[in-house]
Design a protein around this ligand. Structure first.
Ligand code: SF4
Length: 455
């Protein structure tokens, strides 16, 4: 069973699969060299990026992520402001400090290879790290896959069919499907939030779980706040001006508008999307490309629902994470594997379920909300222009946040009875992703990515 803290991870932008995952993989390789006492003999490390990582890695900051990961940086603790300067320094000095200490020569054109024409067998986001001694002999070779949401699996784990499992404690309400969750709820009389909390408290004291979830919310909220005041342009070749600050100013001047709620939700989602695109501190939820949706919908709850409180924030996140676990387990949250339906679609579904829960929805209404939200994201392709997590990603977060609120309201208007189950729609999403041509799966070779001219 995954934990809520596997779904919501504090990290850095712009991409969970192309930035957070590769940094974690690189650090894992450096730790492995250290654990095997190979660091003193290592004189060179060659990094090869395959498939989608090679196709869009430069726009997603994969190159800087792997270099800092080899130096021992972790996404949750690295200062986002230091990544680019340190990366430039490594390249200029041609020196890299493996695991934070052992210095080796690093020549980017020789040691960081984008294998655009090749893929590794188990996932489009493959990486190979090779450490060599002075005589050229390989000391260690490892392949990793960044399978979405910042999760990483090794070649051996992928070969055994192991999914991204990071928590091993036994829980009182294990589930593999939404049907399992509903059955637990029916038998126990508990809400979905209470079930999820019981699972989490099998691993940690309740007060710690609540404290950490409120910290997650604080990081989300701080991200919204930073995004609303930041000025300038987004990084990369598109030279897109940031617009959240302007949207906030316009909203502040606007009079009474019955649809101002939509404008606010749009603003909050865009603020996070722009922070993410700028490589800032964000919460992966369940990915970085889709990181604006859950904060925007949760802020809508906090700012707009009478009686909203910390307990509601905790319940929202617990339920959203439970739904996210179903996507990780039974489909994918990787744009490179199933397209944007797995990123923005899954986040929309998670947010809809979380909101339905805190608005008083029954377990069946919550499941219905999550299902509606995904049903109307099916087929969504991943075609980021210039390989940057900007167009269509940032606006798409705003559209999905509004859709999540609508899905929750539609579900709450019914009694929970509905035609398509969440489990079925997750299966359909997985199968649709499998049928999707690779040019629509985070390769920047189809859709908007090839039909919008870069200026
Ligand atoms: S289009 Fe969607 S899946 Fe692709 S990078 Fe953007 S947010 Fe992620």
């Amino acid at each position: 069973m995954l934990s809520v803290f596997d779904l919501f991870k504090i990290g850095i932008g712009p991409s969970s699969s192309h930035t957070v995952g590769p940094m974690r993989a690189a650090r894992r390789f450096a730790d492995l060299l250290q654990a095997r006492d190979l660091l003193p003999m290592t004189t060179r490390v060659c990094i090869e990026l395959f498939g989608s990582l090679a196709a869009t890695g430069q726009g997603h900051g994969t190159d800087g992520a792997v270099l800092l990961g080899l130096e021992g940086a972790a996404p949750e603790s690295v200062d986002p402001q230091t990544i680019r300067p340190r990366c430039a320094q490594i390249q200029a000095e041609q020196r890299l400090r493996l695991a934070g200490g052992h210095a080796i020569e690093f020549i980017a054109r020789r040691d960081l290879l984008f294998q655009r024409r090749h893929s590794l067998p188990h996932h489009p986001n493959g990486m190979r790290f090779t450490a060599s001694a002075a005589d050229g002999n390989a000391l260690a070779l490892e392949q990793y896959y960044s399978v979405g949401g910042g999760f990483v699996v090794s070649e051996a784990e992928a070969g055994q069919g192991a999914g991204p499992s990071e928590s091993t404690a036994a829980v009182p309400y294990p589930f593999a499907s939404a049907a399992d969750l509903l059955a637990h709820a029916e038998r126990s009389g508990l809400t979905l939030a209470a079930l999820a909390l019981a699972n989490e408290t099998a691993r940690a004291p309740e007060q710690d779980v609540r404290r950490r979830l409120l910290e997650i919310w604080q990081v989300m909220h701080a991200c919204i706040a930073r995004g609303m005041v930041a000025e300038g342009h987004l990084p990369g070749s598109l030279h897109i001006p940031r617009r959240a600050r302007q949207l906030a100013a316009t909203l502040a001047r606007a009079g009474a508008d019955p649809l101002a709620t939509l404008d606010r939700v749009n603003l909050w989602a865009i603020a996070v999307g722009e922070e993410n695109a700028s490589g800032g501190r964000v919460v992966t939820a369940p990915t970085n490309g889709a990181a604006g949706i859950i904060p925007a919908v949760l802020k809508h709850y906090v700012a707009g629902v009478p009686g909203a409180d910390d307990d509601g924030i905790v319940r929202f996140l617990l339920v959203a994470a439970s739904i996210g676990m179903l996507y990780v387990r039974n489909a994918s949250v990787s744009g490179a594997e199933v397209g944007c339906q797995g990123e923005v679609g899954a986040a929309c579904s998670m947010a809809a379920g979380g909101l339905a829960e805190v608005l008083g929805g029954s377990p069946r209404q919550v499941e219905n909300a999550a299902e509606i939200a995904m049903e109307h994201n099916l087929g969504l392709t991943c075609d980021p222009v210039a390989g940057l997590v900007q167009v269509p990603c940032i606006e798409r977060n705003a559209m999905a946040a509004v859709k999540a609120i609508n899905a929750a309201r539609m579900a709450l208007a019914g009694d929970g009875t509905h035609f398509v189950s969440l489990d079925k729609v997750i299966r359909v999403m997985r199968d649709t992703g499998a049928d999707m041509k690779s040019k629509y799966k985070e390769t920047a070779r189809g859709g908007l990515a090839v039909n919008v001219i870069e200026c």
